[in-house]
Each structure stands twice: as C-alpha cells, then as structure tokens.
Design a protein around this ligand. Structure first.
Ligand code: B12
Ligand code: SF4
Length: 529
C-alpha cells in the first residue's frame, strides 16, 4: 500500500505519478514502460525478502535511464533512483554495495518523498540529499556512505489518504468477497503488542490513529470508485474496543447503503461478544486472527500475552492458559454468529519454560505442534486454517536478540544484509533455510527466508501430514468443513475431494514448481499477525 500513500502525497502537490505493481505485471513491464516514457524520479518499495529483486529492478532502471542520458552525475537532467519500505529501512550494510541507488529511505516516507520530489524538480537532488532527513546513501564522488538525521514520524496521518491508481482483479480475495471490487485500507498504523517474530516488536507501542472523519472520507472515495469490499489492513483492528465500535457503526451505514462487506486482522484477546455481534450486523465477511499457537509455553515464548494492552475490554487475559481459553470462547461466539473466520498458526516457534527455577528458551516440540493443531481444528472449528513456519525478518526482536539465538540456530543476528546475495557473498555469510516446494504449503515460505534449522522439508511434511489427518477427521464429523489455506501452486499435491477430505501425496512426489521469481500473492492477508 505504500506506493498508494506516496502517490497521494505527490499527486496532491501537483506531480504526475504512475505506479507499476511488478508483483502482478512482472519485471518485463518495466522495460516497456521505461523505454516508452521519460520519468524524472524512480521510487521502488520493497520488503526485506525482496531485496535481491528490488536491487535487480533498480539496476535495470539505471541501465535504461543511462541510455537516455539521464544518469550522468553532472547532468541537470539526472533522474534519481530511490528505494524505500521495510526492506530499505532495515538495509543494514548493503548501501555501498549498490552505488547506483541514490538513496535508501529509512522509515517514514510521507514527508521524505515530498522533499525528494521538490529537490528533483529544482534539479538539485544530488546536492540537496544530505539535507533531507531519513536517507542513507553512497556518495559516489566522496566514496562514502552518508546518513542524514532521523525522520520523525508524521503525527497526524488524517490527511495522508492513499490514491489507488490501479485496480487489478487479482487484488480481490474472491473466495470471500466474490467479484466485489476490493480495496485494502488502514484506519491506524502500528500495534501496541510486541510479539517476538513480528516487525511491530521493534517499532514501539505507539499506534497512530486516524479520526472518524478521515476514515469516512476515504470510505466515501472508495464508494465513488466502485469498491464494495474492504479489507482493513490495520495490525490489530479491534485493540481499542471503543474506537473499533465507532468505526464499525460507520461501516454499517456503508453496508446498508452500498452493500459493503469487509474483513480485518486482530487477536483473540481483542474480541468479545458485543463487538462480534455489532460486526455481524455491519456486513463483516471475514476475520483473520493471529492465534499463532495454542500450546501455552509457546504462547509465552512468542510474547503473545501482555495483559492490559487491549483497551476498553474487561481484563481478559493474564496467563497463557487464559489465552488458549479465550481463543476457544471467541471462536465459539463467531461460530454461533456464522462469521467466517480463519485461524493462523505458526509452527517451530520459541518455547519458554521454567526449569529448576530458571527460565529457559527452546524450540517448540512436535508434541506442542500437535497440541496447537488439535485445539485449533477441534475446538476452534475455523473455516480456514493458514499455516506458517517461523521465519526471521530483520525487524523482529527474535532475529537479533540473545535469548532467541537457540531458535535462530546461531548467535549471529539475521540483519537486513542477509537478504542481499551481494552482501552475503562479500561477508561470506552462508545462506540459511531450505529450498523445497513443501514450504508453499506454509504461506509461500521459501528459501527467501531464514528459518529455524529443525524446520527441514521432511519435518514440515510431518507437520502438514498431521494437520491433514486431523482436518480430515474433523471434516468427516462436522457440517462446517475446515479448509487448509495453501498456495494454489501447492494444491496439486494435496487434492481435496467433494466431501472436504484431503489426499496428501507422499513426500517424494512433491517436486519443484517453476514460477517466476516475483512474489505472487492474493489478497488473503498472510502477514504474521
Ligand atoms: C498491508 C500489509 C500487507 C498487505 C499488502 C502488502 C503490500 N505489498 O502492500 C498484504 C496482506 C497483501 C501483505 C502481504 C505480505 N506481507 Co505484509 N504487511 C502489511 C502491513 C500490515 C502494512 C504495510 C503498509 O502498507 N503500511 C502502510 C504504508 C504507508 O507504510 P509502509 O509500508 O511502512 O511505508 C512507509 C515507509 O516504509 C516508506 N516507504 C515505503 N515504500 C517506499 C518507497 C519509497 C521510494 C520511499 C521514498 C519511501 C517508502 O514510506 C511509507 C510511508 O511512511 C505491514 C505491517 C506494518 N504495520 O507495517 C506488513 C508487513 C510489511 N508484511 C510483511 C510480510 C512478511 C508480508 C508477506 C511476505 C507475508 C507472507 N507470508 O506472504 C506478504 C508479502 C506480499 C508482497 N508480495 O508484498 C512484513 C515484512 C517484514 C519485512 N521485514 O520484510 C510486515 C512488516 C509485517 C511483519 N511481519 O512484521 N502485507
Ligand atoms: S503479531 Fe500482531 S499483535 Fe503481535 S505485534 Fe505483530 S501485529 Fe501486533
């Protein structure tokens, strides 16, 4: 969504902007567009695991612009290439390795992009960039890395409405929202929690909230543009119950007038009967709950239980066991209300135990995995189960802190540099993780991501097989069938018959799938939550 936000800033200032979604169009679209048209500034947004591909894109832009005479450092026509997003924010030591990138934007980009565009317009960007906050770059003339002061966060995000310049039908989460034109939207940025595997764990507990007026304004724009389904991408849509109820009552008006349906992400301790009933009345079609684990010691290891952060709810959760009980209760209410819900589980997570009076961190055992699966399948009865394995992203606490070294399988952190093959080569860092199609069953996890060493392809197959056995048992018994949410490329290895029974092929039959290196995804909200 970042490009939509940045486009909003620039278009409102009178700049022309075009967005290319290369995840959807493929990199070849870049050559076509760049050779036909002339651009004064190129911005690339990427996540950490897309580092290599983002750098390839930047290099390709550089080469094409070079042929147009727009990359000569002394030319007034110089067209800068800049990068931003979580990948760039946690870029670590890769900056000097990619000298053709004129700036990496660290963190907040809303004001930074505007200052960059202004200096490009004045044709002084290369000289001026040292004065723009929130940048890091390799100065080719001085031959050194320069980092400018930190860019403070924009406090009031009300006026920064995204502009959705393109709509691709594949943005629709058709399984739930059908053919309704679907938009992603955010009512707040940030999360007060601190789950150790998540990027929010390093951002602090601040949540920047939009006012109801601003949310209403965006909803109205979306209606005018023909959108009738909305997925709220807020990290934890309902953590502040009072505010969530106000937004829900706002959405209810749009539901009644335009038939809008919607979905969102949250946690089990940020839901109760009152809020769920109100949601049901206002057209909620789907909810994505980051349950992660139902084994109490793993819940502790992941830092899922922090009482009191769920605002305006009665104190619901104090112990990890409460968390498990809460999950059961909330799913029961949702089942009674007929709300379609998915349950998201992460396997291979950290487990915190107390041994001889001392706290100890260890990896989740297969017994813990079985416990999570059994409770999720038979006691939560979700419509969908999304399975994932623990992966390390540089912005998560467990990727670099000492207590989680045992989970990483190494003392060294997984920094942003890890995701750059050039950086790994230079610093002789061995690539971790395994490459095998089985990982497609676990939320498109692939060899892009480092993961705990015990999560080998065979071990993951064992987890999947156990899950399939339990889901099949469940689906034979209950009318509401549970669907395992897997990458469509993997479906051929796990056909599902008309009775909802899965037939998983043997491990040896799971062979390589060929697909382009871009990240292909559908609007099933798959972020670790
Ligand atoms: C919405 C969202 C999604 C959406 C949309 C993703 C998308 N590509 O737009 C969906 C549900 C599809 C999704 C999918 C995935 N997501 Co996601 N997602 C988010 C979420 C919740 C919000 C991102 C967002 O749009 N924020 C609003 C914008 C305005 O903020 P921003 O992205 O931070 O951008 C700001 C700056 O970074 C900067 N900026 C950004 N780009 C640029 C470019 C330039 C040139 C400049 C100057 C500045 C700039 O300016 C912006 C404004 O300040 C974040 C968590 C979070 N709260 O940030 C996770 C997050 C980005 N997702 C994450 C992951 C891992 C994924 C998946 C890989 C999950 C999976 N297993 O499949 C997929 C990847 C899909 C893909 N190919 O992109 C991780 C990334 C971690 C990392 N270090 O890379 C995050 C951080 C969540 C987490 N685990 O902690 N995701
Ligand atoms: S996993 Fe969800 S609840 Fe936990 S810190 Fe991340 S966004 Fe917040």
């Amino acid at each position: 969504m970042a490009p939509d936000y940045l486009a909003g800033v620039l278009l409102r200032k009178g700049y022309n902007v075009e967005i290319l979604d290369l995840d959807i169009l493929g990199i070849s679209a870049l050559d076509k567009v760049l050779s036909k048209k002339d651009y004064d500034l190129i911005g690339i947004s990427y996540l950490s695991f897309q580092t290599d591909i983002a750098m390839v894109i930047a290099e390709r832009c550089h080469k094409i612009l070079l042929t147009k005479g727009r990359r000569n450092l002394n030319s007034p026509n110089y067209a800068p290439i800049i990068v931003g997003g979580v990948g760039a924010t946690w870029c670590d030591g890769i900056v000097p390795l990619y000298p053709n990138i004129d700036a990496f934007c660290i963190g907040e980009g809303l004001i930074t992009i505007s200052e960059i565009a202004d200096s490009v317009r004045k044709k002084i960007f290369l000289k001026d960039r040292a004065k723009i906050k929130g940048l890091i770059y390799f100065d080719k003339q001085k031959k050194k890395v320069i980092q400018t002061p930190k860019r403070p966060l924009v406090g009031n995000i009300d006026d920064y409405l995204p502009l959705r310049l393109h709509f691709y039908p594949s943005y629709n989460f058709t399984e739930i929202f059908g053919i309704k034109k679907t938009a992603q939207m955010m009512t707040q940025i940030g999360c007060p929690y601190c789950c150790v595997f998540c990027g929010e764990s390093t951002k602090g507990p601040f949540v920047r909230k939009r006012s109801l007026t601003s949310i209403k304004r965006e909803l109205k724009i979306l209606m005018r543009e023909g959108y009738r389904a909305i997925y709220f991408d807020d990290s934890t849509f309902t953590y502040d119950k009072k505010r969530a109820l106000q937004i829900i009552s706002l959405i209810k008006n749009f539901h009644k007038k335009y038939g809008v349906i919607w979905g969102f992400n949250t946690r089990v301790d940020c839901l109760d009967e009152e809020i769920l009933i109100k949601m049901k009345e206002s057209g909620v079609a789907y909810m994505f709950t980051g349950v992660e684990s139902l084994a109490p010691e793993v819940v502790v290891g992941m830092n899922k239980v922090i009482p009191g952060l769920n605002k305006n709810y009665p104190p619901l959760i104090k112990t990890p066991q409460d968390y498990v009980e809460r999950a059961k209760k909330v799913y029961k209410i949702m089942n009674n209300l007929g709300i379609i819900k998915s349950c998201f589980l992460i396997f291979g997570g950290p487990k915190k135990i107390v041994e001889n009076g001392r706290k100890k961190m260890m990896v989740e055992s297969f017994e813990d995995t079985k416990k999570s699966i059994n409770t999720a399948v038979f006691e939560l009865n979700p419509n969908y189960i999304s399975i994932n394995i623990l992966r390390f992203i540089p912005d998560a606490i467990m990727s670099f802190t000492e207590p989680y070294a045992v989970i990483r399988g190494q003392k060294e952190p997984f920094t942003g540099g890890y995701f750059s093959s050039r950086y790994r080569k230079k610093y002789k860092i061995k690539k971790r993780g395994f490459s095998h199609p089985i990982y497609l069953a676990f939320e498109a996890a692939s060899d892009f991501y480092p993961m705990p060493p015990h999560l080998t392809p065979k071990y993951c197959y064992k987890i999947l097989k156990y899950l399939v056995t339990k889901v099949n048992k469940h689906n034979k018994k209950f009318k509401v069938k549970t669907k395992i949410w897997i990458d469509e490329e993997f479906e051929r290895f796990i056909p599902r018959d008309k009775n909802g029974i899965y037939h998983l092929v043997s491990f040896t039959k799971i062979k390589k799938i060929h697909r382009p290196p871009t990240l292909h995804h559908h609007l099933i909200p798959p972020c670790p939550h």
